[in-house]
Design a protein around this ligand. Structure first.
Ligand code: ADP
Length: 357
């Protein structure tokens, strides 16, 4: 129903969408999750043309909406948008807010728009507020009205941009309940959200956004239960991560050891694990990986899971096809085995993974 082909959006200092291709099917309810600044909101704004993509194409019902000939206001009528900040018209009553677009843009009669509006108000539990003004409502009520207003146009898809993040925590539940209710009716929806439990229960599909696009796309069971890719897993399991890049044999070793210490202190990593991380780094990097290499390209990612009280050191040593542990001296290997009972070395990808408890 919506198709994106190589969509690109570039701002002067960042490229939130480098090359996004995907298809959104009729009835899909997609939660869009990921760290902030990864282009979730930009993706939504490109889909409904609030932002013009700098490259690629977007199709809605087989019509290319990114074509210069497309009728933007007609297209927007098919896409409801619900914003963080409600955007209701303050000088209009609740029911007038809902009737406005169907009457003005679609030529629906006032009576029909009123009947439909009242039906929607009952669905969001706010028919009694029909004659109130937005300032007389709570944040949660305003957002429920904004949802009813978006639905009044009977759009093909509704895009929600962090619909609950401006709300007092006590009001999040009522808005989520309304969205969940409409999701069950088969309405196609995309929801940018930071509420993981909500994402898990409301959607049939989850986009995890990172690295300039949809980094992983799967069912909630896959994304939350067994994410396939590293960054998704780190985000879902809320792992604390330290990245170290070494691209010179003259890098600052003491400062790097100190950065591991600081990382551990900041994330309350147990002393024993911290010492083992430093020791593992020293043995693996200083003793095994760097000697004899003029231009090393070694990337290390340390992840710590508070839940499991476990640290994982992932080392990408760049020597694809080799296992540097094969030629390591016995002393280094016995230190490493004293630190970790689980050391994996993968020749093909040039990586070593060490689990430390
Ligand atoms: P998210 O919704 O994942 O938090 P956004 O889509 O809002 O991320 O933003 C992605 C990146 O693009 C951010 O680095 C943001 O600062 C930048 N950005 C968003 N809108 C603009 C804009 N209008 N001009 C310049 N940079 C922008």
């Amino acid at each position: 129903m919506i198709k994106l082909e190589h969509v690109k959006k570039v701002y002067p200092n960042v490229t939130p969408l480098a090359d996004v291709s995907t298809e959104i099917h009729d009835g899909d309810v997609i939660s869009v999750i990921g760290p902030s600044g990864t282009g979730k909101s930009t993706l939504l704004r490109c889909i409904n043309l609030l932002e013009r993509p700098d490259g690629g194409k977007i199709f809605l019902d087989n019509e290319e909406i990114t074509s210069p000939k497309s009728n933007v206001s007609k297209i927007r009528q098919k896409m409801g948008m619900v914003f963080q900040s409600f955007n209701l018209f303050g000088h209009l009553t609740v029911i007038e807010n809902i009737m406005l677009a169907p009457v003005k843009l679609k030529g629906v009669s006032r009576q029909d728009a009123f009947d439909e509006g009242m039906k929607l108000l009952r669905q969001v539990g706010l028919s009694e507020k029909m004659l109130n003004y937005p300032h007389e409502l709570s944040g949660g009520q305003k957002q429920r009205i904004a949802i009813a207003r978006a639905l009044a146009m009977d759009p093909s898809v509704i895009l929600f941009d962090e619909p609950t993040s401006a709300l007092d925590p006590t009001m999040v539940g009522e808005v989520q309940a309304v969205i969940r209710d409409f999701a069950k009716t088969g309405k196609t929806m995309m929801i940018v959200t930071h509420e993981m439990n909500f994402a898990r229960t409301v959607s049939n599909r989850v986009f995890y956004m990172d690295e300039g696009g949809i980094y992983e796309d799967g069912t909630p069971q896959q994304i939350f239960g067994s994410p396939k890719r590293d960054k998704t897993r780190r985000f879902i399991q809320r792992l604390k991560v330290l990245e170290i890049k070494i691209n010179s044999k003259d890098y600052d070793f003491p400062a790097t050891i100190a950065s591991i210490e600081n990382y551990c202190r900041k994330n309350l990593v147990a002393n024993r694990i911290c010492n083992h991380l430093q020791l593992a780094f020293e043995e693996l990097v200083q003793q095994i990986l760097l000697p004899g290499r003029e231009k090393p390209e070694v990337n290390i990612v340390i992840e710590y899971s508070e839940e499991k009280n476990e640290a994982i050191m992932n080392i990408n040593h760049g020597l694809n096809g080799e296992n540097p542990l094969d030629t390591a001296d016995e002393l280094s290997m016995s230190v490493l085995h004293g630190i970790s009972d689980n050391i994996n070395s993968d020749r093909e990808t040039g990586t070593i993974k060490l689990f430390i408890h």
